[in-house]
Design a protein around this ligand. Structure first.
Ligand code: AMP
Ligand code: MG
Length: 476
């Protein structure tokens, strides 16, 4: 095992120079304490759980100390926010501390979110509040445990520093891990500022560090674009199959790795509603649940635009057109898995759509209904209003299921525990009173979401009335 003080850094992105990022030192949290840490994320850096108990751990991840070989930088990028191009964004409150190389030779970006102001902070204070840091921590680790591609979270620390949002809150920091922090918006920034040499440099960097398998292809740029598209399509398929609403699919929040990235007012659906909008600032419902695949495709077109200096427009158009079929293929595969259906049949899509329509009409709890179906529990019927229609659907489901052994597969694809907003809310309320036990408990349940755990029945239930329509502020 590696000790925290001995992590090895190789800061490749920093070496790209000042056109790409700016050196900034974190502004520490006062009186820092550790809220929660992730043992499985620590393992990615070859550290065991004990490492998080040291004072040094809290100091490093509350911005009090920086490794000598780390090189904290704020990255510059731009992006389309709610469909409108914003020419200058960048890390306004997060820093890429550096790239750790683990024993397997993998580079992991350490990104400290809430580390204070940077040249890209615009009007912001450079801080993150406890509530949003806990939400990103829990979501990253919960998605990962479900098998959904995502950035990871190592820990959250809390300080005494006041931060002013709708009310006075306290500043926190989240340590995010990802193999890369390059976003679609990085490419857009260099394209729209007409820095084509830097754009080329960024493209080569991304090819070398994230997509080396494309280097041997006749057109490496095109091969990379194709892979980003395939991965993004698969990621959104996971979201749709598990009821995850990202909430702010701006192109600056889209990872070049095709992983879930930059969590804001996200939500897992409770009652199934295709039109669900989780971000209460999204008045037009641009990022409503059912629009996510089309928005991801739109974002792929933004990335394509930024690559037009290197790839023919017609070629890019043809690639963009492959997005929906790719999405659909992954989505059907994942839904079949959740329903325990083996193989693929032509009628599957229609049968899935029928179930979702029944859920929509009944406001059935999405993940709970699917889990009850997988468990073969008759009470699943109580979650539907039109019982006759459900019985008819269930009959066809039964014929589609065929043999016995599919149920094991379905149990492993249907979580008992889902990160419902109200569960996160309970954990946040306790943490705001300095009681971190609930965040830790919830985190633990969500890291093994498929198996029932003792004394956790409440966590598996649909939300109580107060927890059904929580408004999640996007100010974070
Ligand atoms: P987000 O909505 O978190 O994806 O952030 C969008 C942009 O606003 C990014 O450039 C962030 O760095 C910046 N930003 C968000 N919150 C703050 C803040 N409190 N201080 C400075 N910049 C911020
Ligand atoms: Mg963002």
């Amino acid at each position: 095992m590696v000790q925290l003080a001995d992590l090895e850094f190789d800061n490749r992105f920093a070496r790209l120079g000042d056109s790409f990022s700016t050196r900034v030192i974190p502004e520490p949290l006062s009186n820092p304490r550790l809220v929660v840490s992730s043992a499985s994320a620590l393992q990615l850096l070859d550290m065991d759980e004990g490492e998080a108990q040291s004072e040094l751990f809290t100091e490093l991840f509350a911005g009090h100390k920086v490794w000598r070989s780390a090189e904290p930088r704020a990255m510059v990028y731009s992006g389309h926010q709610f469909g409108v191009y914003n020419p200058k964004l960048g890390d306004g409150r997060g820093l890429l501390l550096g790239e750790v190389v683990n024993r397997a030779g993998e580079h992991w970006d350490l990104h400290l979110k809430g580390a204070g102001s940077t040249p890209y902070s615009r009007m912001g204070d450079g801080r993150a509040v406890l509530r949003s840091s806990i939400r990103e921590f829990l979501a990253s680790e919960a998605l990962h445990a479900l098998g959904i591609p995502t950035s990871r979270a190592l820990c959250v620390t809390l300080g005494d520093n006041p931060v002013y949002r709708e009310r006075e809150e306290r500043a926190a920091m989240l340590l995010r891990l990802s193999r890369s922090h390059i976003r679609f918006g990085h490419f857009e920034y260099f394209y729209y500022t007409q820095q084509h040499d830097a754009l080329r440099q960024l493209l080569d960097f991304t090819l070398n560090t994230c997509y080396p398998q494309c280097l041997g292809e006749p057109q490496p740029e095109l091969a990379m674009y194709r892979q980003v598209l395939q991965r993004t399509a698969e990621m959104v398929a996971w979201w749709q199959a598990y009821g995850f609403c990202h909430g702010v699919m701006n192109t600056d929040n889209m990872s070049i790795l095709g992983i879930t990235f930059d969590f804001g007012p996200y939500a897992f659906l409770d009652a199934f509603d295709v039109r669900h909008v989780c971000n209460h600032s999204d008045h037009e419902g641009r990022y409503a649940f059912h629009r996510q695949p089309a928005i991801a495709q739109w974002n792929m077109a933004c990335l394509a635009q930024a690559l037009t200096p290197f790839i023919e427009v017609e070629t890019l158009k043809a690639e963009i057109a492959t997005f929906m079929p790719a999405f659909e293929q992954h989505y059907l595969r994942l839904m079949r898995r959740r329903l325990g259906w083996l193989g693929a049949e032509d009628a599957d899509k229609a049968l899935i759509d029928q179930l979702l329509q029944l859920m929509q009409d009944s406001g059935s709890d999405f993940n709970l209904s699917l889990r009850l179906l997988a468990e073969g529990k008759p009470e699943v019927r109580d979650h539907f209003i039109d019982r006759a229609a459900f019985d008819q659907w269930h009959h066809e489901h039964h014929s589609r299921l065929g043999g016995e052994n599919q149920s094991t597969q379905a149990l492993q694809a249907n979580p008992v525990y889902v990160l419902r907003n109200y569960l996160a809310q309970n954990a946040i309320a306790a943490a705001e009173q300095e009681d971190f036990s609930e965040v830790r408990r919830l985190h633990e349940l969500l890291t093994a979401p498929f198996s029932r755990q003792p004394d956790a029945q409440n966590y598996a239930a649909a939300p109580p009335d107060w927890g059904k329509h929580l408004e999640i502020s996007c100010s974070s």
